[in-house]
Design a protein around this ligand. Structure first.
Ligand SMILES: Cc1ncc(COP(=O)(O)O)c(C=O)c1O
Length: 393
């Protein structure tokens, strides 16, 4: 392979996709891959979705960009839809999940500063988390793998063992600004926090007046069969990070907050040139119109049930390759016994795309409108891939 001019921060698979349609991706050589990765939980309505394409191209013909110096009607419309559908009162639009995390940290600091407690800066997070790659986001996750060589790491974060509710109860104090977590860890390997634990975390936050920040960048926007994953637990956060699915493939993110949590963020405290620009919001409005429909979410749950059953069968048929199925809705993971990258690569050979994660897992995050036939086809391809991995073992 010739040397690339692109900064080599990714180990890229030798695949160049040139076209997409629904759950299918076409490689430059003409092979058609079944995409269970959806660009890591991004293409919630599949590739080249006609309704999203229409929303984007219609807007592209009218106006691409103005500035947040002016009124932004499409932003207002999308913010209204998001606040109507959630706990939130206010929305700030970003271009990515990382930027949403960055604002969450700033918002927390400003909140406690304005409350007359500027020293209240401790944010408690959990091992195995992923919140992005900015200085604040990598400090929040805190793993050595991410932060090594990039010190001094932003202070103010305390890291507890994932799911250790007793340790959290011990750790919180009058200095705890917030607890921040993903209801389902994505990059960490599809670790689902039980509903009872999320409820307990909400109560623990309330016991000391700390805020709860949920990172739904990967698990939000219909992925679990609810619009947002925390809805399963019947609790609400004070602040929530959203990205990936909300743009359906167009770079768009958002930070959602209650009026109270957002109260310190007045004019001049934050900004973004592109955040919430007309193209992103035209697509975001359409995504939300489709995904927030109860009938759409009911279908996600139905297909998720079908897929889970098929995956249980796959694991049972290949006990030397797979250990277990985990996840909620169409955010599924297979913990592997074989090396997860071997499974992903064997999948490529059979033209099915999965995404590796930590904890020797692979992730299955298909477009939410994948059909049962496509799920069956994907499982048949994974079955062949697993047989290949067994042959090598
Ligand atoms: C849970 C979570 N938070 C934040 C991020 C960062 O989002 P982005 O890559 O859009 O900056 C990701 C990305 O994978 C994520 O999964």
């Amino acid at each position: 392979m010739t040397s690339s001019s692109v900064l080599p921060t990714y180990n890229r698979a030798p695949l160049s996709f040139v076209k997409g349609e629904g759950v299918w991706l076409e490689e430059a050589d003409g092979r058609r891959f079944l995409d269970l990765g959806a660009g890591i939980a991004v293409n919630v309505l599949g590739h080249a979705n006609p309704e999203l394409t229409q929303a984007l191209t219609e807007q592209a013909g009218k106006l691409w960009h103005t500035s947040n110096l002016y009124q932004m009607p499409l932003q207002e419309a999308l913010a209204d839809k998001l606040t109507d559908a959630t706990f939130a009162d206010k929305v700030f639009f970003t271009n990515s999940g990382t930027e949403a995390c960055e604002l969450a940290v700033k918002m927390l600091r400003k909140y406690w500063y304005e409350k007359g407690q500027p020293e209240r800066v401790e944010i408690i997070t959990f091992t195995g988390s992923f919140h992005g790659r900015s200085s604040a986001a990598m400090a929040a996750a805190g793993s050595e793998k991410m932060t090594k060589g990039f010190g001094p790491v932003l202070g103010g974060f305390t890291h507890l063992e994932w799911g250790d509710i007793a340790a959290l109860r011990e750790a919180v104090s009058e200095n705890t600004a917030a607890v921040m977590l993903e209801p389902i860890q994505g990059e960490g390997g599809i670790h689902v926090l039980p509903d009872a634990d999320l409820k307990a975390i909400r109560e623990i936050c309330d016991s000391v007046g700390a805020l709860l920040v949920l990172d739904e960048v990967q698990c939000g926007v219909g992925r679990t069969g609810k619009l947002f994953a925390h809805e399963w637990a019947g609790i609400t956060p004070d602040i929530m990070m959203v990205a990936k699915g909300i743009g359906g493939g167009f770079p768009l993110g958002a930070l959602l907050a209650t009026d109270e949590a957002a109260s310190g963020m007045v004019a001049g405290t934050h900004g973004s040139t592109y955040g919430g620009n007309p193209l992103g919001c035209a697509v975001g409005n359409k995504v939300l119109d489709i995904v927030a429909e109860p009938e759409f979410l009911a279908e996600v749950n139905k297909r998720a049930g079908f897929m889970r059953q098929k995956l249980e069968g796959l694991v049972a048929a290949h006990p030397d390759v797979f250990e277990s199925v985990r996840g909620v809705g169409l955010m599924m993971g297979l913990r592997c016994k074989a090396a997860n990258l071997d499974v992903v690569n064997a999948g490529y050979a059979h033209e099915v795309i999965t995404v590796p994660a930590a904890d020797n897992a692979i992730r299955l995050l298909p477009p939410l409108n994948i059909t049962e036939d496509e799920i069956s086809e994907a499982i048949a391809r994974l079955d062949k891939a697993a047989t290949d991995v067994e042959g090598k073992g």
